[in-house]
Design a protein. Sequence first.
Length: 134
Amino acid sequence: MNWQLMVVTRMINQQRWEEAYTLMKEGLSKKDSMPKLFFLELSLEMVFVCLATGRIDEARQLYDKELSGYLKKYVKTHSSKARILCAIELLMNGNRDEALRIKDNLTARRNDFLMQGEVAMDIELMSEIIKVKK
């Protein structure tokens, strides 16, 4: 399971949206056989990919109260969660100002994170979705 999440993350970093979507759709269909943590992580990444590919209704269906609570719990300690929240604010909620605030906050705190490559990629992806949605 962990390697599959790593593959999906790599696809997202490369903006291979459709491949990531297909792999995650398959993975999420096996919800009952995966640990809860992997399901939550995969679900959040699926929300992001759905938003990036214009599948807004599907993202809304996935982004339930449990997933929202999980995201908000870790948004300050995981740059990927800030990336996902930025996309939610911009593409699901239509709140560009909040999306920019989230990106700016992560950019200002980038040196607080251990995984600098991950932070750089998350900031780059945030910039891309903000640029596309003007």
